[in-house]
Design a protein around this ligand. Structure first.
Ligand code: NAD
Length: 375
């Protein structure tokens, strides 16, 4: 089986789907691995490191796409590049399947089996391939480091002969994988952290990391069987927004990570709340790329509000630590391929009835096979 990892083409993307360690693992399985020249340029892996790990390095992207049996990549491909794949090939990447109807249709008509990293089930067995978690964890870390870097104040309390410096107050909104890492990182730097999530178990997890949980009585909030939050009613959302305003006004840093699976993230911080925050305070919106949790955030940019609040709405936070983000992402790819590797014929076995594949295999055999995207 020929596995091809192309270089990412989106200018904001610094990660690579395979790193040399993953190449070595795949070669060990008996795969032939080809990578595009420059694939690791932004994560400190020169082409030579890939060659030494056993990959062939090519500059002919089109030929490699056309001959690959399996393609690994970080970002979704263009329609044109799906058209270059051979029928029967397997394509594994983030796909944004809820918003990519045409792309899914193209995968199906091209006869390509498309696997969406976002759709890998949140089960114990699939944890080793859970790319959403491996990346969100690093994004949470980067959000705090970025905030610390942009502030005119420091995180820890310092008692010095010249006086006492108070610790930073950090508010983390959304305590999933990214939020938990943001809390842990901010605590390590000495901040006082408050956190909120609609899931009560997440509040307990935040407390176990030393954060203060903000408790807002929203009534029944519920969750999915995968542990995701359900969308709040407009009344619940209004109540939450009002209850958070005072915490935001009192915070030096607000980090928002709130997402609702398969939907646009909810707006949780309105412009009037930003207007009520202190000059020099800062909001980092981890949901910015998919619409954001904060009114007035410009996706992909850092701006300053009229009252001097820094608004950070970057895309791809984890891409700022590209080497480690690629290390864990590549491990997710390699673990998935290893999990489904048929040792007899040395290929990735498509098994539409397998519990994991049932969750993340979107197209196969010329059709859309995933229940949620069939109609
Ligand atoms: P996510 O990125 O989809 O959302 C981030 C957080 O936003 C979630 O905690 C969610 O509850 C929260 N949120 C949604 N609406 C909100 C609102 N209005 N206000 C405040 N917060 C809001 O979530 P995620 O980080 O991918 O994780 C979701 C859950 O899945 C977590 O419980 C996580 O521990 C669990 N998980 C399980 C596994 C596994 O079992 N293998 C793996 C990874 C994650």
């Amino acid at each position: 089986m020929k596995i091809f990892a192309p270089k990412e083409t989106d200018p904001v993307e610094t990660r690579a789907s395979l790193d040399p360690a993953a190449v070595q693992k795949l070669v060990g399985l008996g795969a032939e691995v080809v990578v595009e020249s420059g694939i690791g340029a932004n994560c400190d892996h020169p082409d030579s490191a890939y060659s030494e790990a056993g990959a062939t390095v090519t500059s002919d992207r089109a030929a490699a796409l056309a001959s690959a049996d399996l393609v690994t990549r970080v970002r979704k491909p263009s329609l044109e590049e799906v058209g270059q794949l051979k029928s029967g090939a397997i394509h594994i990447s983030f796909l944004d399947p809820f918003n990519e109807k045409d792309l899914i249709a193209k995968f199906a008509s091209q006869g390509v089996s498309a696997i969406s990293l976002e759709m890998i089930p949140r089960t114990t067995l699939a944890q080793k391939m859970d790319a959403i978690s491996s990346q969100a964890n690093l994004a949470g870390y980067v959000a705090v480091i970025l905030a610390a870097n942009r502030m005119s104040t420091i995180f820890p309390m310092m008692m010095t002969p010249a006086g006492t410096i108070s610790p930073a107050k950090v508010f983390v909104l959304g305590i999933g994988v990214a939020g938990l890492q943001a809390i842990a990182t901010a605590k390590r730097l000495g901040a006082r952290v408050t956190a909120f999530d609609v899931r009560s178990e997440a509040l307990e997890q935040a407390e176990s990391l030393g954060a203060k949980a903000l408790r807002i009585d929203l009534g029944e909030t519920g969750g999915t069987d995968q542990g995701y939050a359900k969308e709040l009613t407009p009344e619940q959302l209004a109540k939450q927004i009002a209850a958070q305003a005072k915490v935001c006004a009192d915070s030096d840093v607000v980090i928002t990570t709130a997402k609702v699976f398969g939907r646009k993230p909810p707006i949780l911080i309105k412009a009037d709340v930003v207007a009520g925050m202190k000059p020099g305070s800062l909001i980092v919106d981890l949901a910015a790329e998919t619409g954001g949790n904060v009114e007035g955030i410009v996706p992909g940019e850092e701006t300053v509000s009229a009252n001097g609040v820094k608004l950070i709405g970057l895309a791809n936070y984890e891409g700022q630590v590209a080497k480690h983000a690629s290390q864990v992402l590549a491990a997710n790819f390699a673990n998935m391929i290893e999990h489904f590797w048929d040792k007899e014929v040395k290929t990735f076995a498509i098994k539409p009835d397998d519990e994991i594949q049932k969750g993340c295999l979107i197209t196969h055999g010329g059709a859309i096979v995933h229940e949620r995207f069939k109609s």
